[in-house]
Design a protein around this ligand. Structure first.
Ligand code: HEM
Length: 457
C-alpha cells in the first residue's frame, strides 16, 4: 500500500512549508486542498503531515478510526499550561471519565435555565447600547459570551472583569498560535515582554477560577450548576471517586475558555455577514418580529426560529471558528484513503477548506442560508459540514452554543440593526485558536422602531 499521496514539495526540509502554514495559513491550506484534492502529504521539519479533505475520509479520522489517533504532544504542551488535563487535551480513560462527569451539564433539561440567562445578559447589553453609537462588536460578543458562560456554568457574575478576562484569553490564544508546533519553544519564565504577558494572562484566568472553587468548596452546597457537578462529582460508571481540586480546576478553565471564545468569534462573523446581506437581515427581522411579537425570547422559541438557525449554520460554514480540528497524531500505522500512514504522522482536517469545497457546496463563497433550509440541508454529505467536529471528541457544547447564538441574534435584532461602520474595511480573518476578524469589527447601531417592528426596513 502506498504511503504518500502527492503534495507540496519543499527543498528546505519542510521549513518553508511550516512557515507558510504558520504565516499564511488560510491561503496555504486552501491551495493544498484545491491542488491535491482528497488527500495531500507534505513534510514540516521532522513532522510527516497529511491533509484529509473528503467527507468519507474525514469520518474515518474523526469517527471510525479515532482510536488510531491522539493529540500531538508537541501541540498539547503549550496549551496544557492553561488547560492542564481538561477535556480538550486529555486522552484515554481520563478523558472518558471526565467527559461522562461533565456531560450532564449539557443535558437538555438544563437548557431552559441557560436560555433565560442568555437572554437576560443580552438584554442588559442592549440596555447599554445607544442608537447611532459605533462600537467593536467583536469585543461586545466576547464580553457577552464570557458573562453567559460564567453565569451558566459557575453561577458567578464577571461583568466587572470581562475586559481583563477577554484580554487574557486573547493573549493566550495568540501565544498558543505563535508557539504551537514550534519545536523551539522558549521557556515561559524568560523575562521577555511576550512571556510576561502570557504569564499574566494564565495567572488571571487561574486566579479567577481558583477563587470561585475556593468559595464553593467552603460551602459544599449543590447550586445545580456545572461547578457544583464538578466538585460533587462521583463517577458512577467508573471508579466511583470524585474529582481532585486540580482536575476540577483544569475542567473549569477548559470549559470557560472553550465555552465562550468560539461562540464570540462565530457571533462576530454572523453580524458581519448579516450586515452585508440586507435581504437576509430583513427576513431575520420578520421572523423575529412574528415569533416573538415584542416579548423576550425563551428556550421554547428556539425551534420556532428556523431561519435564524439557518443563518447561524451558514455563517459557521463560511467562518468556522475552529478552522482546523486539533491535528491527530497516529499512535500506530493506520490506513486512510488507501494510504498507509506511518506512526507519529499528523493528520490535518480543515473545516475551513472542506466547507468551501465546490464539490459539496454550490457557489461555496456565497452566503446562502437557504442551503440549510428544508429540502436542501439533507443534500449536504455528512462531514462535508462539521463546524463542531465529530465522533467521540465532538464539541460537548454544540447544542448549547447553537441555542445561545440563536437567542442572542433574535434578541439583538428585536431592538437594533447592526451596520458595518464606514471605517470597517473588508474583514480579514486572523488565525488564532478561533478565527476572528483582524483588528475587530467596527459597527454602527441603528435602533429599530418601538414597539415591535412590523414593516419593511
Ligand atoms: C460556535 C461555538 C463553538 C464551536 C464552533 C466549537 C467547535 C468545537 C470543535 C470543532 C471541537 C472539536 C475539536 C477537535 O475534535 O479537534 C470542539 C470541542 C470542544 N468544545 Fe466546542 N465549540 C463551540 C462552543 C463550545 C461551547 C459553548 C463549549 C462549552 C460550554 C465547548 C466546549 C468544548 C469542549 C470541552 C471540547 C472538547 C471535547 C472533547 O474533546 O471531548 N465548545 N468544539
Amino acid at each position: 500500500m502506498p504511503r504518500y499521496p502527492a503534495g507540496p514539495r519543499d527543498f528546505f526540509f519542510g521549513i518553508t512549508l511550516a512557515r507558510q502554514l504558520r504565516n499564511n495559513t488560510l491561503q496555504f491550506i486552501t491551495e493544498v486542498g484545491r491542488a491535491y484534492g482528497d488527500m495531500a502529504y507534505f513534510r514540516m521539519g521532522p513532522v510527516r503531515a497529511y491533509v484529509v479533505n473528503h467527507p468519507q475520509l474525514i469520518r474515518e479520522v474523526l469517527v471510525t478510526k479515532h482510536k488510531s489517533f491522539r493529540r500531538p504532544p508537541l501541540l498539547v504542551r503549550p496549551l496544557a499550561k492553561v488547560d492542564g488535563q481538561g477535556l480538550v487535551l486529555s486522552e484515554g480513560d481520563l478523558w472518558l471519565r471526565q467527559r461522562r462527569l461533565v456531560q450532564p451539564a449539557f443535558s437538555p433539561k438544563r437548557f431552559e435555565g441557560y436560555a433565560h440567562i442568555t437572554v437576560d445578559y443580552t438584554r442588559r447589553m442592549l440596555a447599554r447600547w445607544q442608537a447611532g453609537a459605533a462600537l467593536d462588536v467583536a469585543d461586545e460578543m466576547t464580553h457577552l459570551t464570557l458573562q453567559i458562560i460564567a453565569k451558566t456554568l459557575f453561577d458567578v457574575e464577571v461583568s466587572e472583569q470581562t475586559t481583563k478576562l477577554g484580554e487574557a484569553v486573547r493573549v493566550i490564544s495568540e501565544a498558543y498560535t505563535r508557539e504551537a508546533g514550534n519545536p523551539l519553544q522558549l521557556p515561559d519564565w524568560l523575562p521577555l515582554p511576550s512571556k510576561r504577558r502570557k504569564r499574566w494572562a494564565i495567572d488571571t484566568l487561574h486566579d479567577m477560577i481558583d477563587a470561585i472553587i475556593r468559595q464553593r468548596r467552603g460551602s459544599r452546597d449543590d447550586r445545580g450548576d456545572l461547578l457544583s457537578m464538578l466538585l460533587l462529582a462521583v463517577d458512577e460508571e467508573g471508579d466511583g471517586r470524585g474529582m481532585s481540586d486540580q482536575q476540577a480546576r483544569d475542567e473549569a478553565v477548559t470549559l470557560f475558555n472553550a465555552g465562550h471564545d468560539s461562540t464570540a468569534a462565530a457571533l462576530t462573523w454572523i453580524w458581519y455577514l448579516v450586515a452585508k446581506h440586507p435581504a437576509v437581515e430583513a427576513r431575520l427581522m420578520e421572523e423575529v418580529d412574528t415569533v416573538l411579537a415584542g416579548r423576550a425570547a425563551g428556550y421554547g422559541d428556539v425551534p420556532r426560529l428556523p431561519y435564524t438557525e439557518m443563518v447561524v449554520k451558514e455563517s459557521l460554514r463560511l467562518y468556522p471558528p475552529t478552522w482546523s480540528m486539533f491535528p491527530r497524531e497516529a499512535v500506530a500505522s493506520v490506513e486512510i484513503g488507501g494510504y498507509r500512514i506511518p506512526k507519529r504522522s499528523w493528520v490535518y482536517v480543515f473545516p475551513w477548506v472542506t466547507h468551501r469545497d465546490a464539490r459539496f457546496f454550490e457557489n461555496p463563497e456565497e452566503f446562502q442560508p437557504e442551503r440549510f433550509g428544508p429540502g436542501h440541508s439533507d443534500k449536504i454529505p455528512q462531514y462535508a459540514y462539521f463546524p463542531f467536529g465529530g465522533g467521540p471528541r465532538v464539541c460537548i457544547g454544540n447544542t448549547f452554543a447553537t441555542m445561545e447564538m440563536i437567542l442572542i441574534l433574535a434578541s439583538v435584532l428585536q431592538k437594533f440593526r447592526v451596520k458595518l461602520a464606514a471605517d470597517q474595511p473588508e474583514a480579514e480573518p486572523e488565525v488564532m485558536i478561533a478565527i476572528r476578524p483582524k483588528g475587530g469589527m467596527r459597527v454602527l447601531l441603528h435602533r429599530r422602531a418601538e414597539p415591535a417592528y412590523a414593516g419593511k426596513p
